[in-house]
Design a protein around this ligand. Structure first.
Ligand code: GLC
Length: 550
């Protein structure tokens, strides 16, 4: 089957189903709610939807702990609702991609239940190690979420590896039967008509033989032995050759700690095994490796991430562009300004939507939702946040520790979508499963629809523009003023057509600077976030997009 690379012309919207829209009044988002909102999603100009996991799950990691890969959770409406949404999306010209989470399962998956009882053929489906005794663990690796990466299972009398929560045991991908299962899952959904997969921490699936101790890193111990492990490309090639190549589908690899050079091993158009990659460098402009190692925001770090991926993938692989997802705090609260919420939200949109690649917009980003900051740490639902709060920086005051969570927690971006100023932000008629951000009366879809100057309408305009201008799809990328810590300037060029994007990240006026060779008198200002841009100054968080036709 020919791969048409349709995703290069697409803009995607990410749905985190629990908090998107509740259609049946039980307080939890579901597919009936999504169905109601398909026209809204389409109205943004997007042509694809990525669903965070919809499968049956105990919910320890909000669905990333799967107990059945071939079904849809009943609380989301089951298979019936899913088919309706899938058809409804396709009818509106939108593709649907699923989250494939196969580094680990839930410990309530049937495979794990059987594995812990050594029932064949499941005995070696997971990574088991005997008890070394004397209170020792099989090795010193850390889990990404909850302390050490090993938990003793009484039933089997052995330790199992979990790189995430205790209830997320890692699959043993070296076992050909496990890979067989993965291929079955891929096939099952593709045959149903889904258009591809976002593959969760897919770079972790092959662990270094012998699972050696890690004496190099002080945190995330072990990561150098399981990220980009020895057989990862071989396994991905197998999935591609045996399944994915037979469908016109798209795959997106989630890849923590990856450089553009390494990315090419996965997504090179000639030799790669997948199509695009979610890299984390653009999420590290105010932190080191992880949101929990917070630093002050550095525009230069952000620009470096943007530009190195643009440059190094050029002509070789295709970028995936994003500024938000369900794993990070809201971008206006991080890289923009809540004081200039709408202005900075628009500027941030222009900063990434005109780069080369396929943009993703996360639910709520398009209306400028900001971080949620609970007064009580008990209100956090996320397994990682709860562990971090209870186990790190214990010498600090509780207030200081809570503030740390405000800056880092994924829950900052997981509160219910704000549809209106009505009770519970119009998310549910029942009792919401999770706190609604108090700012919903001001920040919501209904209000944004009414206001022609809203961020929502700006997203629509920007997306429409990116589709109308071939230079955005095909053009080269060049950054200017790279050393500036206040401005981000980039240009795109294709067969004589040019685009220049100016973004101010400053709360103060800064001088307008146009790179040499760009004659504004011949350009059209096609997008802006101030009504009266002047010839000398960029106002706080101002953005402008100039276009030169061929
Ligand atoms: C990915 C997901 C995240 C999840 C983790 C474990 O990073 O995006 O939400 O918790 O993997 O599955």
């Amino acid at each position: 089957m020919e791969h048409t690379r349709w995703y290069k012309d697409a803009v995607f919207y990410q749905i985190w189903p629990r908090s998107f829209r509740d259609g049946d009044g039980d307080g939890l988002g579901d597919l009936w709610g999504v169905y109601e909102k398909l026209d809204y999603i389409r109205s943004l100009g997007v042509d694809g939807v990525w669903f965070s996991p919809l499968y049956p799950s105990p919910g320890v990691d909000c669905g990333y702990d799967i107990s059945d890969y071939m079904d849809i959770a009943p609380e989301y409406g089951g298979m019936e609702a899913f088919r309706k949404v899938l058809d409804g999306a396709h009818e509106r010209g939108m593709r649907v991609i699923m989250d494939l989470v196969v580094n680990h399962t839930s410990d309530e998956h049937e495979w794990f239940r059987k594995s812990r009882r050594r029932i064949e053929p499941y005995t070696d489906y997971y990574i088991w190690r005997p008890d070394p005794g004397k209170g020792k663990l099989p090795n010193n690796w850390d889990s990404n979420f909850e302390g050490k990466a090993w938990t003793f299972d009484q039933e089997r009398g052995e330790y199992y590896l979990h790189l995430f929560a205790v209830k997320q045991p890692d699959l043993n991908m070296d076992n050909p039967l496990v890979r067989q299962e993965v291929k079955k899952i891929l096939k099952f959904w593709l045959d149903m008509g889904v258009d591809g997969f976002r593959e969760d921490v897919i770079t972790y699936i092959s662990k270094r033989e012998g699972l050696p101790n890690d004496h190099l890193f002080p945190v995330y111990k072990g990561i150098r032995f399981y990220n980009h492990g020895p057989h990862v490309h071989e396994y991905l090639r197998e999935f591609k050759a045996e399944v994915l190549d037979h469908y016109d589908c798209m795959t997106l690899a989630e890849a923590p700690l990856v450089s553009p050079k390494r990315a090419l091993d996965y997504i090179s158009e000639e030799t790669g095994q997948m199509d695009m990659m979610i890299q984390f460098q653009c999420m590290c402009a105010d932190c080191l490796f992880s949101d929990y190692f917070h630093m002050s925001f550095s525009l230069r770090r952000l620009k470096h991430a943007f530009s190195s991926w643009q440059r190094k993938l050029e002509g070789k692989a295709w970028n995936m562009l994003y500024l938000e997802n369900h794993d990070h705090p809201r971008v206006i609260s991080r890289y923009g300004s809540e004081r200039y919420r709408v202005k900075s939200g628009k500027m941030l949109a222009a900063a990434y939507l005109f780069q080369k690649g396929t943009p993703f917009v996360y639910q709520g980003q398009e209306i400028g939702m900001t971080n949620w900051r609970p007064q009580d740490p008990e209100l956090y639902e996320d397994v990682q946040t709860r562990w971090q709060y209870a186990n790190t920086h214990l010498k600090d005051t509780p207030e200081k520790r809570l503030r740390r969570m405000w800056l880092a927690s994924r829950d900052s971006a997981r509160t219910p979508m704000q549809w209106s100023g009505e009770e519970n932000a119009g998310f549910t008629t029942g009792k919401p499963w999770f706190s609604v951000n108090e700012n919903y009366r001001e920040i919501n879809v209904a209000a944004a629809e009414e206001d022609p100057d809203s961020l929502l309408h700006f997203y629509r305009r920007a997306i429409a523009l990116r589709k109308a201008l071939p230079v955005v799809r095909h053009g080269s990328y060049r950054e200017y003023h790279a050393l500036s810590s206040r401005r981000y300037t980039y240009a795109r060029e294709w067969e004589g057509e040019r685009l220049l994007v100016l973004c101010s990240f400053s709360e103060k006026d800064i001088p307008l600077r146009i790179p040499g060779g760009f004659d504004l008198t011949k350009a059209e200002l096609v997008l802006q976030n101030y009504a009266d841009p002047d010839g000398k100054t960029l106002k706080p968080y101002e953005t402008r997009v100039y276009h030169w036709a061929k």
